[in-house]
Design a protein around this ligand. Structure first.
Ligand code: FES
Length: 114
């Protein structure tokens, strides 16, 4: 069964800016998720590093490097491609963040989890 939930309004998600954290009950109480906007599109992932089971953000909802071209894990600095979740630098290079499907439609961003 597919569940769909509204995460936020489109205007709240700024290009290469702060992400928006959201909960996905299917993942259990211990895991959250986040969405960011990169090159106009929203991308969402489970908020858990591919290196260790730790959340990524260095301040709440801050996921981008200063140069804004990669997502970064606050703990040991793994860099991830925003559009694929692939770790391109760091201790978990070659691994991936777990993606969550998100859709932008009628000014709203929503997610589904199969
Ligand atoms: S926990 Fe994320 S890089 Fe080590």
């Amino acid at each position: 069964m597919t569940h769909q939930r509204i995460i936020c309004k489109s205007e709240e998600l700024i290009e290469k800016g702060k992400g928006i954290r959201f909960s996905v009950p299917e993942l259990g109480d211990c895991l959250s998720a986040f969405v960011v906007r990169f090159e106009t599109k929203p991308y969402a992932y489970v908020n858990q590093c591919a290196h260790l089971p730790i959340e990524l953000d260095w301040n709440e909802a801050d996921f981008f490097l200063r140069e804004q071209d990669s997502l970064i894990c606050a703990t040991h600095g793994a860099h991830y491609e925003p559009q694929s979740g692939l770790c391109i630098l760091g201790p978990c290079q070659g691994k991936r963040l777990r993606p969550i499907k998100v859709y932008e439609h009628n000014g709203v961003i929503s997610n589904t989890l199969d």
